[in-house]
Design a binder for this molecule. Structure first.
Ligand SMILES: [Zn+2]
Length: 427
C-alpha cells in the first residue's frame, strides 16, 4: 500500500517497444549521423564500503545541441562538478556545458531510511538496492530546437558483482523514450552477488533478482506470476514488456514499492498474506496501470490496486471464492476505522474503504449492463486516458458505460469527498 507513483505506462511501452525494435545493435556511426542527437553516457560506480555512488554524465556533441541542464539534486548529492558553467542554487543546479560537450559528475550517499523504519535505498558491503531516481536527479533540458538525447547507462562494479535493472542489458543499457527529449534512467536497481531467475510470462520478460543468501522466494514468485499474470493481461491488454522484481532482506524496508517496469519487495514479505491480500500483486497492479492521481484522490489508485490484487488471486483460482469473500469482509471491518476516503495519502483503513467502493461499483456496472461490462472496462478506459485521476474522471468513465452516475459513487458513499456531478452522457 506504500507506493511510488509510476510514470506514464504508454511512454514506457513506446520506450521499450522501440528499443526492442531497434535493438542495441545499431552502429554508433549511424547514431552519430543523427544531426539533432547529443550523446549522454552515464557511468555509475558504487563504493560499497562508503555507501556512496559516483556518477559521471559525459556529453558528446559536435555543436551546441544541449544548451542547459536543470537538475534538482536532493540533499544526498554532493561534489557536483561540471565542465563549462555550473550554477548551484538551493535545490537546483544549472549546467551550461561547453559547445563541444563535457562531463558532469556527482557523488550520492545512497542509504535512505523510509519513515525511520528500514531503508528504501541501500548500499553496503554486500549489496546495493535503490532506484535510478535516487542516484540520478531528475532534470529538464534546454536545447537547439528539435534536439534530443541518446542516453546510455553503464556500471563499474566491484569484482564478483552484477547488476539488474528494468532495462535490457548487454553491457551497455540504452535509455530510449521517444516521448521525452531528455532520457534518464528510472526504476529499481539491485547490485551485488545476485541470484536471478527469468521467465517469459504473458508476453512480459519477468526477472526476479536479489542478493544470494537473503531467502528470496524467486521460484515461488515466478509460480505466483505464472498463475496471475494471464489474468492481469485480460484486465490490462497492453502490459509493459518487462517486469523486474528486486528483493532483499534487512536492512531494507519491510514492504513493497513500485516504479516503472519494476518493483521492490522485502524478502520477508509473504507472497500472499494470511488475510489473502498480496503486497506483490498490489505493487504489480500499480506498475501495470501506471496511474497517478490528483491531490486528494489517492484512494482511487490504492483502491484499484488492492481490489485487483485480490481479483488476480480469485480469477486465477489461486484463492477460492469463499476465501476472497472472507478477505473482502476483513477489509470491510478494517474500513470502519477510516473517517474519510478523500485525502492526501491512502493507506490501511482508507484503502480498505476504497476496496469496498470499488467492489460496489464493479457489482453495479455488472448488474446494470446485465454482465456485459465490469470495473475492468472503467479501469482500462482510465489507463488509456492517461490523465491524473480524480473523482470526476472515475464518475465520467463509469457513467459512460452505464448511462448515469453510479450509485456506488454518490457522495453519501464517499465520506470526506465533496459532491461531484458527471459530465452529460452523449451516447
Ligand atoms: Zn499502493
Amino acid at each position: 500500500m506504500n507506493c511510488i507513483p509510476s510514470s506514464r505506462l504508454r511512454a514506457l511501452l513506446l520506450c521499450t517497444l522501440l528499443s526492442a525494435a531497434c535493438g542495441t545493435q545499431v552502429a554508433d556511426s549511424e547514431e552519430a549521423a543523427d544531426p539533432l542527437a547529443y550523446r549522454l553516457d552515464i557511468v555509475v560506480q558504487p563504493r560499497p564500503l562508503d555507501g556512496m555512488v559516483d556518477v559521471t554524465m559525459r556529453l558528446t556533441q559536435s555543436r551546441a545541441l544541449l544548451r542547459e541542464l536543470r537538475l534538482r539534486p536532493d540533499t544526498r548529492i554532493s561534489r557536483l562538478r561540471g565542465d563549462g558553467e555550473l550554477v548551484q542554487d538551493p535545490g537546483q543546479a544549472r549546467w551550461l556545458p561547453p559547445a563541444d560537450g563535457g562531463t558532469l559528475s556527482w557523488t550520492v550517499a545512497v542509504p535512505h531510511r523510509r519513515n525511520g523504519d528500514g531503508y528504501d535505498a541501500w548500499l553496503g558491503a554486500d549489496f546495493g538496492l535503490f532506484r535510478a531516481e535516487d542516484i540520478i536527479p531528475r532534470a529538464s533540458s534546454r536545447t537547439l530546437k528539435g534536439a534530443s538525447s541518446d542516453t546510455r547507462l553503464r556500471f563499474r562494479l566491484p569484482a564478483g558483482w552484477t547488476v539488474v535493472t528494468q532495462y535490457r542489458d548487454d553491457g551497455t543499457i540504452r535509455i530510449d523514450n521517444p516521448e521525452r527529449r531528455l532520457d534518464l534512467p528510472s526504476g529499481w536497481i539491485v547490485m551485488g552477488d545476485l541470484g536471478v531467475r527469468r521467465e517469459q510470462i504473458s508476453g512480459m520478460r519477468v526477472a526476479v533478482a536479489g542478493p544470494v543468501g537473503h531467502s528470496i522466494r524467486r521460484l515461488d514468485t515466478l509460480a505466483l506470476l505464472n498463475w496471475t499474470l494471464p489474468e492481469l493481461a485480460r484486465i490490462v491488454p497492453e502490459l509493459p514488456p518487462r517486469l523486474t522484481v528486486v528483493s532483499a532482506g534487512d536492512p531494507m524496508w519491510r514492504g513493497g514499492l513500485s516504479a516503472p517496469q519494476s518493483l521492490f519487495l522485502h524478502a520477508a514479505r509473504p507472497l500472499i498474506s494470511e488475510n489473502a491480500t498480496s503486497t506483490l500483486l498490489h505493487e504489480i497492479m500499480h506498475m501495470a496501470l501506471g496511474l497517478d492521481s490528483e491531490d486528494g484522490y489517492d484512494w482511487i489508485i490504492e483502491g484499484l490496486a488492492e481490489f485487483y490484487s485480490l481479483q488476480l488471486l480469485v480469477r486465477s483460482g489461486t484463492i477460492s471464492a469463499t476465501r476472497h469473500a472472507a478477505a473482502l469482509q476483513d477489509l470491510a471491518e478494517w474500513a470502519q476505522d477510516a473517517s474519510s476516503l478523500c485525502g492526501l495519502h491512502s493507506t490501511g483503513p482508507r484503502t480498505a474503504l476504497a476496496v469496498g467502493v470499488m467492489t460496489q461499483l464493479d457489482a453495479e456496472i455488472a448488474q446494470k449492463t446485465e454482465g456485459e461490462a465490469s470495473l475492468d472496462d472503467v479501469t482500462w478506459a482510465l489507463v488509456q486516458l492517461g490523465e491524473d485521476l480524480d473523482l470526476a474522471g472515475l464518475i465520467d468513465s463509469a457513467a459512460g458505460i452505464i448511462g448515469h452516475k453510479p450509485d456506488a459513487l454518490h457522495s453519501g458513499n464517499l465520506p470526506g469527498c465533496r459532491s461531484i456531478q458527471p459530465e452529460p452522457v452523449t451516447n
